[in-house]
Design a protein around this ligand. Sequence first.
Ligand code: NDP
Length: 450
Amino acid sequence: MSELFDVQVNEFMAKVIAKNPGETEFHQAVKEIVESIMPFVQENPKYSNKKILERMVEPERVILFRVPWVDDKGEIQVNRGYRIEMNSAIGPYKGGLRFHPTVNLGILKFLAFEQVFKNSLTTLPMGGGKGGSDFDPKRKSDNEIMRFCQSFMTELQRHIGPDTDVPAGDIGVGGREIGYLFGQYKRIRNEFTGVLTGKGINWGGSLIRPEATGYGAVYFAEEMLKTRNETLKDKIVTISGSGNVAQYAVEKLIHMGAKPVTLSDSSGFIYDPDGIDMEKLQFVLHLKNVKRGRIEEYALKYNVKYYEGQRPWSVKCHVALPCATQNEINKEEAEELMLNGCYVVSEGANMPSTPEAVEVFLKSKILYGPGKAANAGGVATSGLEMTQNSMRLPWTREEVDQRLHQIMINIHETCVKYGTEQNGYINYVKGANIGGFIKVADSMIDQGVI
Ligand code: NDP
């Protein structure tokens, strides 16, 4: 970037920081996008004249509400609920709900902002949003989860709808929570519509939706490798997380002949040098989705090493798939990955690499697929679920998977189109940001000053 662009980015960021104090993750997400888009915006004055970036960083609407509920001891608990309706230029707001004690306004604004670009990249008609609560689902009974979800939806239902805002799952919100949320929406509104995605297969859900984010991140890694005439076969892969995204990333890696060797949760990681196979994955699925236990139990069951309180980035690998949470790879860890021979990073999680880590990846000229491109398969399949709900016709597993795969190939092509530098290196960060920006920006111009 030239000095002029540096000044422009700094001036822009100073205003964003002053207007949104303390929202560090939001500042981080905006800066990454503005840095790669600023030169493009300056080359195309229609965007700068219309103040598109200035408008895009301001949510169209922020909803903040009280979520009171009664725990199993009969005590009243109070949590905070949020929905950020960021941008509806190309379709109804779309994005997940996160239930985690760290949830705050800044984190949800970063996620909603990223979602706008990601959804645009899928080419489906979806705007961007995100929501959630500081509620901690860990160690809660099923009944407590249900009562919380019912209270949360009692307020949220007045702000969402199949043509307005369609939430889905994220950290701490899986099939069980979506079920309780959907039940309450239906009960209050007296309508059976596609207001949420990630629904159960018997009541409007799409086949492959639970698998989609993990599968998509693996398809994206495969597309990146193809640019160097390679495939995932026999590649050693480190993965963080052991939730929805990580589980299905492992499954697809096994299908593709790669060797996944790590999984983690917020307590530590396991390293299985023989590779996680389908039988071991079934154990993980039961452990995490039914028993709701800790990943340490994998180490006890299969007699492999467990690293308490650590992340898996010190393990030797060709490919890394961060699938847990934001800022889970820092500069030192990125450098260690490079030293150990890793040359592909495909982000299943949102913004898992710090800006310093991203700099290391780009300087090392590795194949680095940022979350908004690499994990877009989840929301893309949510878009397919919305289509099936509108048509009231379910598609087969094969049909949805084939569409998902094609969408990931198309997103990769968009990144190559806008991200290939003069020396031939594909900067997927730039490619995804510009590729996602254009359609939203043009639609905002078409729709006037809104
Ligand atoms: P889950 O709740 O199913 O799993 C999250 C996993 O990450 C768990 O293993 C959890 O461990 C771990 N984790 C969460 N927070 C932390 C933390 N602060 N430090 C260390 N580990 C942590 O969530 P998902 O798999 O759905 O989501 C994972 C990531 O993927 C998130 O960044 C999400 O935004 C992103 N994503 C998800 C999509 C989806 O379709 N679900 C779509 C696109 C992106 P523990 O159980 O100990 O908390």
